[in-house]
Design a protein around this ligand. Structure first.
Ligand code: CO
Length: 139
């Protein structure tokens, strides 16, 4: 298992890129909108991992609610796993709470799921499957 990315909730991608891209010099690999999560995402490669900047696209977006409650900041950490379903089965069997909406397709078409912070020491943990499944590639 390795760190895939760190998700950072921001009010504005444009504003936050003034720091991460223009000041720190990180490269923006891509930007995409994920309608199911109501966010716009910018991915910035960082060593073997990435920074994922998340800008809400609607007032009722989970990211918008996070910023309203806690301000901008680190939102989640994402770990890469080979077999998402197997990990989820094991975790759930061990009493870990998996948030609804698991196994949906997220940024770059990867399957993912979120684990409840109450099960993870107060951290929202995302599990990302390493490679998109075959049926996704045929689209
Ligand atoms: Co993420």
């Amino acid at each position: 298992m390795k760190l895939d990315h760190i998700g950072v909730a921001v009010r504005s991608l444009e504003q936050s890129l003034k720091f991460y891209r223009d000041q720190l010099g990180l490269r923006v690999a891509g930007t995409e909108e994920i309608p199911s999560e109501k966010v716009r995402v910018a991915m910035l490669p960082l060593g073997e991992g990435r920074l994922e900047l998340l800008e809400p696209t609607a007032e009722d977006s989970p990211i918008a609610r996070f910023i309203q409650k806690r301000g901008e900041g680190i939102h989640h950490i994402a770990l890469e796993v080979e077999h998402l379903d197997r990990h989820l089965r094991q975790l759930e069997a061990g009493g870990v709470r998996v948030l609804p909406g698991k196994s949906e397709y997220g940024a770059s078409g990867h399957r993912y799921a979120f684990l409840h912070p109450a099960s993870c020491g107060g951290v929202l943990v995302e599990l990302v499957e390493a490679a998109p499944p075959v049926r996704r590639e045929s689209r």
